[in-house]
Design a protein. Structure first.
Ligand code: HEC
Length: 397
């Protein structure tokens, strides 16, 4: 029963806040009068959700006194929610508390990650030097790499690329995504590609598409030269399909290396699709699909934008600070957009958007097969047709 009451409270609050910003004052007044920590936390959470994506909201009447009281609450949940709201109202004390938590190696790793996430969303000043330090800590490295995309800082590409050879596969993917987020970062990335610090296969089709969307001629020239062009072969789909069908004979498929197929799947598809329970959820789970049917695979992979539904359209959002975010918009309210990419789910404040483009194409990139060698297409297609998971050898990650 309480759950029902609380979620209803939140619904009402969210609606109230959307309708009247001054509704905040009355909620604060109400909070002054109640002592039940669960109810307090719920009201605070409702306020926060109603204000999601907004920044520098003037604190409501009575907030500073209330915050002082709540930050000392015996309930950690209440402390946390009071800090979160303090951030929305621009309380410096709240920011400092989180920076302190983030830096302290003795703090719980979950708390540190959460602090990092909030500080990044708030774009806390002077966070970047702390992020550079944290890059040295394996436990927080992936998060720090992701966070760096939020800040326009000239030293970032150098810091990332210096560490790059030591990164794990997963960290490399994040590093590349971050370097693909801004014009100057992408220049550094393509230079590293030319030098061989970053290898061609470490830049996936999505990152390449994002680099292209940055629209910087210098970077595009370098990308075309060292990575390849993104243009899938044009022309009639039937014709393109027949090219693949011709060489993907039963006999040729029988020679497939399934382990390699799984590796290729991990690299090209699993960021978005689940297969045998593993993978992302940007696109549909394909375990139960018609994936053993070659026509079905070719149709979807060679022409992903053939019949794209609105939910899966690719959005590119250029922020005022030069960051390019691309992905699907999974939610929208008056003040913010929630954008899902393979790397993360970001709440983008509408005030920060310079240009928002909804492209008439799918999140699923074209050219996935064109980026592979013939034998690689064979291995991947054969793997897609398996009845059960193929085990990877011990050493593979
Ligand atoms: C960046 C994300 C992304 C990647 C990478 C990706 N896909 Fe997709 N895929 C999607 C989305 C989103 C859809 C939903 C269809 C649409 O666009 O309307 C989809 C649809 C499909 C479908 C049709 C599924 C259905 O139920 O309709 C198949 C099959 C498929 N993808 C296979 C693949 C294969 C094979 C790869 C790798 C070679 C791949 N995809 C890589 C995002 C992705």
């Amino acid at each position: 029963m309480p759950n029902f009451k609380y979620s209803l409270t939140q619904l009402i609050l969210t609606a109230l806040l959307a309708a009247t910003p001054s509704g905040l004052d009355s909620i604060v007044e109400l909070l002054h009068q109640i002592d039940d920590p669960a109810f307090q936390a719920d009201l605070l959470k409702g306020m926060r959700e109603g204000l999601a994506g907004q920044k520098n909201v003037p604190p409501p009447k009575g907030w500073p006194e209330l915050a002082k009281k709540l930050i000392q609450s015996p309930s950690e949940k209440v402390q946390e929610e009071a800090t979160n709201l303090g951030l929305i109202f621009g309380d410096q004390t709240a920011i400092n508390r989180l920076k302190h938590l983030l830096k302290s190696k003795s703090a719980n790793i979950y708390v540190r990650k959460k602090s990092l996430k909030i500080l990044t969303e708030r774009k806390a000043p002077k966070l970047v030097p702390i992020l550079y330090q944290i890059l040295q800590e394996e436990l927080l490295r992936a998060e720090a790499l992701m966070s760096l995309a939020a800040f326009d800082h000239p030293e970032t590409p150098e810091k990332i690329l210096k560490l790059y050879p030591e990164l794990s596969q997963k960290e490399k993917t994040i590093a590349v995504a971050t370097l693909a987020s801004r014009k100057l970062y992408a220049r550094a990335l393509t230079e590293a590609l030319a030098k061989g610090t970053v290898r061609r296969e470490e830049i996936d089709v999505l990152a390449a598409r994002q680099i292209k969307a940055l629209n910087d001629p210098q970077t595009i020239v370098a990308l075309n030269e060292h990575w390849g062009t993104l243009q899938p072969s044009t022309g009639d789909k039937e014709k393109r399909m027949s090219v693949y069908k011709k060489f993907l004979t039963t006999k040729y498929l029988a020679k497939a290396d399934m382990v390699n197929g799984r590796r290729l799947y991990n690299r090209s598809c699993s960021a978005c699709h689940k297969l045998y329970g593993i993978g992302g959820d940007i696109g549909p789970d394909i375990t139960g699909s018609d994936r053993r049917n070659l026509d079905y695979i070719l149709e979807n992979v060679l022409d992903p934008s053939g019949a794209v539904s609105k939910d899966f359209q690719l959005n590119t959002i250029l922020l005022k600070d030069g960051r390019l975010v691309s992905g699907m918009v999974s939610a929208e309210n008056k003040s913010s957009l929630t954008v899902r990419s393979t790397a993360e789910t970001l709440v983008v404040s509408k005030q920060d958007i310079k240009k928002h483009t909804v492209l008439p194409i799918s999140m699923m990139p074209p050219g996935l097969f064109e980026a592979l060698e013939k034998n690689e297409v064979r291995d991947l297609v054969a793997y897609l047709a398996t009845e059960q998971q193929v085990e990877l050898p011990e050493d593979a990650n």
